[in-house]
Design a protein around this ligand. Structure first.
Ligand code: CDP
Length: 229
């Protein structure tokens, strides 16, 4: 059977990664978390002192150093899931902190960052057989993807899910701060000039506010079988 390309886009913390990962595992496709790539760019800026105290970014210096950023994914045998590596160092935990979340959307809005990451993502998906999740996968990265899904859920449900996830990892977090962060990221992601977050015209829509993980996975698998045949 020909392997297709699957693009899963949507708002912050709506469970896209969970459903994309599970689908990829079930159908034997590669899973790529494009958000992790933007988070790596953000972590790099933080480590190199390219973010000022007021949150502004030293854009010129950052652009000159963009070629120093190499993101890769390697399967973690223990969790059965891919871990994210920045320049060969595992940063899976570091990129998920609130500090990275608070800087990532302005970093991801920079045109030179998007150009570099989009090129890497297109290269990763050149042969199909890939599930990629993010904000612009069905619109800008793979506009010809055979299967596109746009996921959303209510703000409160999304904030609660992210809160539970951080709590489970033992990361310090505050519900109100998470809610504000995801609203602010959605605003920046949807209004930026290059590849803003929006539903592709041909995307299926899934509001998973009231669905369990099993229910959403079953829905996604059913759509896959309808499309891939
Ligand atoms: O998992 P969560 O919803 O918190 O976000 P993520 O998927 O890890 O993405 C983090 C941030 O990266 C988003 O808020 C966007 O600013 C940016 N991003 C993007 O611009 N384009 C993508 N394809 C994926 C993420």
């Amino acid at each position: 059977m020909k392997k297709i390309t699957i693009a899963i886009d949507g708002h912050s913390s709506c469970g896209k990664s969970t459903m994309a990962k599970d689908l990829a595992r079930q159908i034997g496709y590669i899973y790529i978390d494009s958000g992790a790539m933007y988070r790596c760019c953000t972590l790099f800026c933080m480590q190199q002192g390219l973010i000022n105290a007021d949150g502004s970014i030293q854009e010129e210096a950052f652009e000159q150093r963009m070629s120093e950023i190499h993101v890769s994914f390697r399967l973690n045998a223990e969790t059965g899931r891919p871990d994210t590596y920045l320049n060969n160092i595992c940063v899976e935990r570091e990129i998920r902190t609130m500090e990275v979340s608070s800087h990532v959307s302005p970093v991801a809005a920079l045109p030179f960052v998007r150009a570099a990451m989009t090129a890497q993502q297109q290269e990763m998906g050149r042969e199909g057989g890939i599930v990629m999740d993010g904000r612009d996968i069905g619109t800008a990265v793979f506009p010809h993807a055979e299967m596109k899904v746009f996921v959303t859920a209510s703000d409160e449900v999304r904030a609660q899910r992210r809160y539970d996830e951080l709590q489970a990892k033992g990361e310090p977090c505050d519900f109100q701060q998470i809610l504000e962060n995801l609203r602010e990221r959605d605003r920046i992601d949807s209004t930026r000039a290059v590849a803003p977050l929006r539903k592709a015209d041909d995307a299926l829509v899934l509001d998973n506010s009231n669905l369990t993980i099993d229910q959403q996975n079953a829905w996604l698998l059913e759509q896959f079988h309808k499309i891939a045949g």
